[in-house]
Design a protein around this ligand. Structure first.
Ligand code: HEC
Ligand code: HEC
Length: 278
C-alpha cells in the first residue's frame, strides 16, 4: 500500500468511527426514553440510582448505571450489558430481581441495546455507591431468583404478520421497552405478572396505588377512548374528561411518552385502541 493510501485511511477510519459512534449515542438516547430508564435510575443525579422502589416484598434501591467504573457500569462490555438487559443476569453471574423489568427489555433488539449502552457511556460518571435493598426473608435470598425465573417465563415479543407495521411498532413499544404491563397488569403472589389476564389494572400498583385498566372490553372507562384521546393523553397527560394523570404514571409521561415521536405515539395508541375494539 502506498503511503498516500495509508495516510488517507488513518484519517478516514477514525473519523468514520467517531461519526458512527455519535449516531449510535443519539439512537441510544431515544431507546433510553422508550425504556423509561430515568424513571427508576435518576433521583438527584442523572442515572446515579438509589431511587426507592417500594413493593410488597420490601424496598429496592436502584443501582448506579452511570459510566463510573467503581460504582456504576463503566467497566462493562456490550455483551455483559446485553445479558443483563435481556436475561436478567449480572456480569458476576447473579440473577436480578424482577423489580428491574428485564422481562420486558428481553424483547429489545441487540443493536438497540448496544446503542443504549453507547448513550449511557456518554453520560457523566457519578461516584456514588448504591444502597443495599431492604428485603425481608426469603426475598433477600438472591439465589431463589433462579426458581422465580423458572416459574415466570419471559415471552419474547413477536410481530403479528396480519397487522400493519404501525400496529406492530405500537405493540412492540407497549410490550417491550415501554414495559406498560409492569404496572397495568396484576401480579401473582411471588411478584410475577399475571400475563394471561392482560393489562386489566390492579389495586396494588407501585407504592400501593391503584392502576387503571388498559384492557377494558366493557368500554366503560379507557375502552371508550378513541385513538386521538389515547395519543393526546400519552403526549400531554390529560384524559378526555380533562383530568391530569398523576402518581407513577407521571414518570412515564415525563420520561417516556412525552419524548416519543408522533409516529410512535400514534402507533401505541393504535395498538391500545385495538385491544378494546377487536
Ligand atoms: C421499574 C424500575 C426500573 C426501570 C424502569 C429500569 N430499571 Fe434498571 N434496575 C432496577 C432495579 C431495582 C435494579 C436492581 C436489580 C437487582 O438488584 O437485582 C436494576 C438494575 C439495572 C442494571 C444492573 C446494574 C448493576 O450494577 O448490576 C442495569 C444495567 C440497568 N438496571 C439498566 C437499566 C436501563 C438501561 C433501563 C432502561 C431501559 C432500566 N434499567 C430501567 C429498576 C429499574
Ligand atoms: C410505573 C407504573 C406505570 C407504568 C410503567 C405505566 N403506567 Fe400507565 N398508569 C399508571 C397509573 C398509576 C395510572 C393512573 C394515573 C392517575 O389516575 O392519575 C396510569 C394511567 C394510565 C392511563 C390512563 C387510563 C385511564 O383510564 O385514565 C393510560 C392511557 C396509561 N396509563 C397508559 C400507559 C402506557 C401506554 C404505558 C407504557 C408506555 C404505561 N401506562 C405505563 C402507572 C403506570
Amino acid at each position: 500500500m502506498s503511503r498516500y493510501w495509508l495516510l488517507l485511511l488513518l484519517g478516514i477510519v477514525p473519523n468514520a468511527f467517531a461519526e458512527s459512534q455519535k449516531a449510535s449515542v443519539s439512537r441510544g438516547e431515544y431507546v433510553f426514553n422508550t425504556g423509561g430508564c430515568a424513571s427508576c435510575h435518576t433521583k438527584d443525579q442523572a442515572l446515579a440510582g438509589n431511587v426507592e422502589l417500594v413493593t410488597p416484598f420490601g424496598t429496592f434501591f436502584s443501582p448506579n448505571i452511570t459510566p463510573d467504573t467503581q460504582y456504576g457500569i463503566g467497566g462493562w462490555s456490550d455483551a455483559q450489558f446485553v445479558k443483563a438487559m435481556r436475561e436478567g443476569i449480572s456480569p458476576a453471574g447473579g440473577h436480578y430481581y424482577p423489580a428491574f423489568p428485564y422481562t420486558a427489555y428481553a424483547s429489545m433488539p441487540v443493536q438497540d441495546l448496544i446503542d443504549l449502552k453507547a448513550y449511557l457511556d456518554a453520560q457523566d460518571p457519578v461516584s456514588q455507591p448504591t444502597l443495599p435493598h431492604d428485603l425481608g426473608f426469603p426475598f433477600n435470598q438472591r439465589v431463589l431468583l433462579g426458581v422465580w425465573k423458572f416459574f415466570n417465563d419471559v415471552d419474547p415479543w413477536l410481530a403479528n404478520p396480519n397487522k400493519s407495521a404501525s400496529w406492530n411498532r405500537g405493540s412492540y413499544l407497549v410490550n417491550g421497552p415501554g414495559h406498560c404491563a409492569q404496572c397495568h397488569t396484576p401480579r401473582n403472589i411471588i411478584g410475577g405478572l399475571q400475563s394471561g389476564v392482560g393489562m386489566v389494572g390492579t389495586e396494588q400498583g407501585p407504592d400501593g396505588e391503584k392502576v387503571p385498566a388498559l384492557l377494558d372490553l366493557t368500554q366503560a372507562a379507557f375502552g371508550a377512548w378513541n385513538i386521538d384521546d389515547i395519543t393526546f393523553a400519552l403526549e400531554v397527560g390529560m384524559t378526555p374528561e380533562g383530568d391530569f394523570l398523576g402518581g407513577s404514571m407521571s414518570h412515564v409521561l415525563d420520561n417516556t411518552t412525552s419524548k416519543m415521536s408522533p409516529q410512535d405515539l400514534t402507533a401505541m395508541a393504535e395498538y391500545l385502541y385495538s385491544l378494546n375494539n377487536p
